[in-house]
Write a protein that binds this ligand. Structure first.
Ligand SMILES: [Zn+2]
Length: 241
């Protein structure tokens, strides 16, 4: 195998590693997006619950008011029973009527407030059902993502082992160093020089001398002779024919 062939094989593994690493970065993001969507549905449910709390508080408030009014009436009646004169008795009757009127109004308000409960509770039930359905979907999606993360990690581990083998096969430190340096800045590093003499990486037309060097390199490789680095004059990628 020529050094260029070995380098191309190494690059193929590196390409897979790059894709797997990208996917590994992207997967948690997709999971976070789904979870964020669920928290929106959860907020609707919280709002529905707060709505019911509000109605319950109103009902309770009227109930307490009514209880206080009933106690007041009891006290007034008890006092009235011990009164000596008709005039005083009638004054108390007027007061008792007023408070009784208040009590009736309060009880009406309580009943009206209670009428709001069923719709408030229906809203909770709706929101809860929506949340449950969404959560089921999101949980399943997240479980799939977790499975994929585990699979990608395993694939990555395999690819790293393969890479170590392929890197060993490139037994020219000059080529390895050149490749490793360029790998983070230009991808792919090793590209074909087309028949028209164009770099397949940056598409710049190369001077004829580059084409001649690439052809000589190919001949040397075929003859089992050492190959040299032929680089694009623009992007520095390793060119081969
Ligand atoms: Zn180029």
């Amino acid at each position: 195998m020529t050094i260029i062939d070995a380098l191309v094989e190494l690059q193929e593994v590196d390409g897979r590693i790059r894709e797997l690493e990208l996917e590994l970065k992207d997967l948690p993001r997709r999971k976070a997006l789904e979870t964020a969507r669920l928290s929106g549905v959860s907020a609707d449910l919280q709002a529905a619950k707060a709505g019911e709390d509000y109605v319950q508080d109103r009902v309770k408030g009227f109930e307490e008011d009514a209880k206080a009014l009933r106690e007041k009436i009891q006290k007034l009646k008890a006092t009235q029973a011990g009164l000596k004169t008709n005039k005083e008795y009638q004054q108390y009757s007027v007061q008792i009527d007023l408070v009784t009127h208040d009590l009736e109004a309060t009880e009406s308000s309580q009943i009206a407030a209670m009428d709001d409960l069923p719709s408030a509770q229906a809203k909770i039930a709706n929101a809860q059902a929506k949340y449950d359905a969404e959560k089921e979907g999101v949980d399943a999606f997240c479980a799939e993502i977790d499975e994929r993360i585990a699979a990608v990690k395993a694939e990555l581990e395999e690819a790293q082992k393969e890479r170590a083998e392929k890197a060993k096969a490139v037994n020219d430190p000059k080529f390895v160093l050149y490749y490793e340096r360029l790998r983070t800045k230009r991808w792919p590093v090793v590209v074909a020089l087309t028949h028209d003499g164009v770099c397949d990486g940056c598409h710049l037309v190369q001077p004829p001398s580059v084409g001649q060097l690439a052809d000589a390199n190919a001949r040397n490789g075929a003859a089992g002779k050492p190959q040299s680095i032929v680089a694009c004059t623009m992007c520095g990628r390793i060119l081969y024919r």
